[in-house]
Design a protein around this ligand. Structure first.
Ligand code: 5AD
Ligand code: SF4
Length: 468
């Protein structure tokens, strides 16, 4: 049984950071062992994997992208929809076979699925080949879990989140130019369809002093862009006894002078006029806002527990469009929520027509165990839901193409992040308003912000040439 680092640290009368450090120093038995992490789901998981990688590498593990050669494979999972569960167990089946030839392979599972009770039970009963399981609340336990592992399935998941502890800037970041910065963990909104408040726990904001320190360090390391990360970023600080709110944090982060600041995800209910004013008035806060709608029907929004009506959402949307010049606004929409009628769905299409989103992620409602919506009566057939999704996507795609076409002929500042996936002769990057651009340019521009003239607009990307 692994005790939480906090308790161990207290016992030894040392700080948690020192505890982790000491543990690592002692653990050179892991030197040269190979690991791989497969990450599912949202940016939060991507960023957690960056932390897991740093923890493993500080123990001596080396990253390896060939699963067959690995000593340790970790699946960082997502629980937001049912298909995420199916994908994970499909992949686990493949790993199980690898164990026949690689007897020392350790299979680990973490992330939101690991916080679900029925998944834990399923693992205990049916999947003995999964060696270690740890939850979203005790990521940092991984080194001690591995050290204590002796061949018997070890499930170390805490049902309750702890406070926010600072372990320093300990990440193996995927990019050298653009970095994620957690500003909060968990979510208190309890939208009736959503599992996140159960898997990630209640909202816990990091102290602004720690966030600002991390951003300063990233700037010094040469990062050009940071994205402030949280399930509900604009509720930041509400759990900190009024110390600071999101618009204040944005100002302070902006003052540090890093070139580009982004943030995801915002909840319409927490969006204030002050936030809009700060975004509009600061050049280094990027004009890109992800503003999940979920449904355009006020009746369904109420059932979802979203705390706004169609009209209130539209008022906010128009305010942002008017004040933040050249902003891109994207959204998330769920179709087929229990009880959604054709009339309700038409309300969603109405909002899409009115907002002409720059892009959207669209989903069919997926009942999640123990959420209120999973117990609501749902009489709409799957084929009807699929039909709604298709009709919605056609609209969304046409508006996204339209929004890209508006960029034609303009000159955009693009932060070049790597080689284009579509054409290895090109590099790619993002405009200030978060449009993906492919551009013919020498590779040495990777990592810098260049001017690009937009010559072609596709549905999901733009093509351009360098403008000196
Ligand atoms: N079913 C379908 N989509 C969901 N989302 C969250 N929970 C569910 C669910 N149970 C969507 C929401 C959210 C996005 C991250 O995933 O649109 O904004
Ligand atoms: Fe889930 Fe709602 Fe919280 Fe977003 S705001 S993470 S949808 S509960």
């Amino acid at each position: 049984m692994n005790l939480p680092n906090m308790k161990e640290a207290q016992k030894r009368n040392i700080t948690p950071t020192k505890y982790i450090y000491e543990e690592r120093i002692k653990s050179d038995i892991f030197k040269g062992r190979k690991y791989s992490i497969k990450t599912y789901g949202c940016q939060m998981n991507v960023h957690d994997s960056e932390e897991i990688k740093a923890l493993l590498e500080s123990m001596g593990y080396i990253e390896c992208d060939d699963y067959e050669k690995c000593d340790l494979v970790i699946l960082n999972t997502c629980a937001i929809r049912e298909n995420a569960h199916d994908k994970v167990f499909g992949f686990l089946g493949r790993l199980k076979h690898l164990k026949k030839t690689n007897k020392n392979l350790i299979i680990g599972l973490c992330g939101c699925m690991a916080q679900e009770e029925h998944v834990i039970n399923e693992i205990r009963e049916k999947h003995p080949y999964i060696d270690i399981v740890f939850g979203t609340h005790n990521l940092n336990e991984l080194p001690s879990i591995l050290k204590n592992y002796y061949g018997k399935q070890d499930i170390e998941v805490y049902s309750k989140e702890g406070d926010v502890y600072e372990f320093g800037n300990l990440y193996k970041r995927d990019s050298k130019y653009s970095a994620w910065v957690n500003i909060m963990y968990g979510c208190d909104k309890f939208c009736t369809y959503c599992i996140v408040p159960y898997t990630r726990g209640k909202q816990r904001s990091r102290k602004s002093i720690d966030i600002l320190k991390e951003v300063k360090e990233l700037k010094e390391e040469g990062y050009k862009e940071i994205t402030l990360l949280g399930q509900n970023v604009n509720a930041y600080g509400k759990d900190l006894d009024g110390e600071i709110e999101f618009s204040e944090l944005l100002k302070k982060v902006s003052d540090i002078g890093i070139e580009r600041i982004r943030f995801v995800t915002s909840h319409p209910w927490d969006f204030t006029d002050q936030m809009i004013d700060v975004i509009a008035s600061r050049d280094n806060i990027m004009p890109y806002i992800h503003l999940p709608l979920q449904s355009g029907s006020s009746r369904i929004l109420k059932l979802m527990g979203r705390r706004y009506t169609k009209e209130e959402y539209m008022t906010l949307y128009n305010k942002i469009r008017t004040k933040v010049k050249g902003a891109s606004i994207t959204t998330d929409i769920i179709v087929g929520f229990p009880g959604e009628t054709e009339e309700d769905f038409k309300d969603t299409l109405d909002v899409v027509d009115a907002c002409k989103y720059d892009g959207a992620f669209t989903f069919i409602f997926s009942p999640r165990e123990n959420t209120p919506a999973s117990k609501m009566e749902d009489t709409t057939s799957l084929s009807e839901k699929e039909d709604r999704l298709q009709r919605l996507n056609e609209k969304i795609n046409s508006y996204s193409k339209l929004s890209n076409e508006k960029m034609l002929g303009t000159v955009q500042k693009v932060l070049v992040t790597g080689i284009s996936e579509k054409d290895s002769n090109k590099v790619c990057g993002y405009t200030e308003n978060m449009k993906l651009v492919n551009v013919e340019a020498p590779k040495d521009v990777i990592g810098s912000i260049i001017n690009v003239k937009i010559l072609e607009a596709k549905s999901f990307s733009l093509d351009g040439i360098i403008e000196e």
